[in-house]
Design a binder for this molecule. Structure first.
Ligand code: PGA
Length: 250
């Protein structure tokens, strides 16, 4: 079955030591007894096992923030998809712009990571998004089509794939595209996915980039926006939960 809507995922990035992470997970668990939608959290790798263990009786999905392109081997400091799964993860983010832009990851590498994730039985949260320069040059659709074409894993299904549109210039800046722009972009992504994958019209399409409690309802009401990928606001249980509620989640 495709993931229940809304799909609201929290990317904690490089934040949280054990005590804070477990406390945040505990606050979320207390609210998540019966979930009508899908809630996921992506703690740093060091907290994954502890948070997954803490939430083992909860329906909250726990995932990793990245994985390696290879199955195993001599890659000092890296974590494989199978290791994430072994630590209790059920999903992994790949292609986040902080890795594409910040660390120079290519579509080819993102594709390899997504492929490893599927092999390890994880749901792939594939991030794509244009930079501000590309946005201003009117290249958004072209960039997104190229990133999707290059990084979408083969064999993904609505059960194992989530696509997040995250304009790089909107991440952590408090700025977002207009609602019309998000609608137009998501309609284009939906067409691309439907043409590319069996069941592509049912893949959850998330918007990410400065989603906050006060803009979440408008953004998630847009056609073809099935939820949100939340960074900063996911570090506070009340904010994160009110974003989920704004998307109609109970
Ligand atoms: P933000 O981050 O919500 O802090 O803008 C979003 C993301 O990077 O996924």
């Amino acid at each position: 079955m495709p993931l229940a809507r809304p799909v609201v995922l929290g990317n904690w990035k490089m934040n949280g030591l054990r005590a804070d992470g477990l406390a945040l997970a505990g606050r979320l668990e207390a609210r998540a007894a019966h979930l009508s939608g899908t809630v996921g959290i992506f703690p740093p790798a060091t907290l994954l096992a502890a948070v997954a263990q803490r939430l083992s009786r909860s329906r909250i999905l726990v995932g990793g923030q990245d994985c390696h392109t290879a199955e195993s081997g001599a890659f000092t400091g890296s974590v494989s998809a199978a290791m994430l799964a072994d630590a209790g993860a059920r999903a992994v983010i790949v292609g986040h712009s902080e890795r594409r832009q910040g660390l120079g990851e290519t579509d080819e590498q993102v594709h390899a990571k997504a492929t490893q994730a599927l092999l390890a039985g994880l749901t792939v949260v594939l991030c794509i998004g244009e930079t501000e320069a590309e946005y201003l040059a009117g290249e958004r659709n072209e960039v997104l089509a190229r990133q999707l074409a290059g990084s979408l894993p083969d064999g993904a299904t609505p059960e194992t794939l989530v696509v997040a549109y995250e304009p790089v210039w909107a991440i952590g800046t408090g700025r977002t595209p207009s609602l019309e722009e998000i609608e137009e972009t998501h309609a284009g992504l939906r067409r691309h996915l439907a043409g590319r994958l069996a069941g592509g019209d049912e893949v959850a399409l998330l918007y990410g980039g400065s989603v906050k409690p006060d803009n979440a309802a408008d953004i998630m009401a847009i056609k073809d926006v099935d939820g949100a990928l939340v960074g900063g606001a996911s570090l506070d249980a009340d904010s994160f939960w009110s974003i989920y509620a704004a998307g109609g989640g109970t």
